[in-house]
Design a protein around this ligand. Sequence first.
Ligand SMILES: Cc1cc2nc3c(=O)[nH]c(=O)nc-3n(C[C@H](O)[C@H](O)[C@H](O)COP(=O)(O)O)c2cc1C
Length: 191
Amino acid sequence: MNETALSPRAATTLEVLRGRRTVHDFLPERVDGALVERAIEAARWAPNHHRTEPWRFYLLGDLARSQLIARNTQLVKDEKGERAAEVKRARWEAVPGWLLMTCLRSEDPFREREDYAACCCAAQNMMLALWAEGVGCKWTTGGITRDPELFHLLGLHAAREFVVGLFWYGRPVEVLEQQRRPLSQVLSRIE
Ligand SMILES: Cc1cc2nc3c(=O)[nH]c(=O)nc-3n(C[C@H](O)[C@H](O)[C@H](O)COP(=O)(O)O)c2cc1C
């Protein structure tokens, strides 16, 4: 792709879009709260039909994290045994930043689907804003995010909102390579 004609602004934007990768291992340092708030602020500018602004963000402190870690350790222990559970516990305890994003429920299924789409746009905004400042993310929809107990532990109401994802964030230990299939496989032109 010839990028020589790109403006510096466009080039920087595309570099962030293409360069963002899911991060699995984080350095132990916590991320500055103002930086995280900037990313959440940017998330809110995502497109959202009827301007429902259906997203809700929950920054999880030490108590909430430890409760989710304990619950997840129990879930893994029940399914895979003590050893696997302890490995998971250690990995989760090493994650420096925790944010839960939810989407408000709607009585209209189509509205709810559109609201979920808007939340996904907001999630990407947030991850890109973090990435632009050197902070990586992992969007997870693992078992804990679908566990009804999560709502109870965090004082949320499943009748009001559902989980879009749990976002772990922090400075990356490494940035893994990713591939995408060729554009020609996903792009068609219809005359
Ligand atoms: C809705 C959603 C849920 C995801 N859940 C998980 C997850 O539970 N565990 C995980 O390792 N990655 C999860 N991911 C991250 C994807 O695995 C990742 O985006 C994919 O491998 C592409 O890598 P990239 O983000 O570096 O481009 C999720 C991504 C999305 C959009």
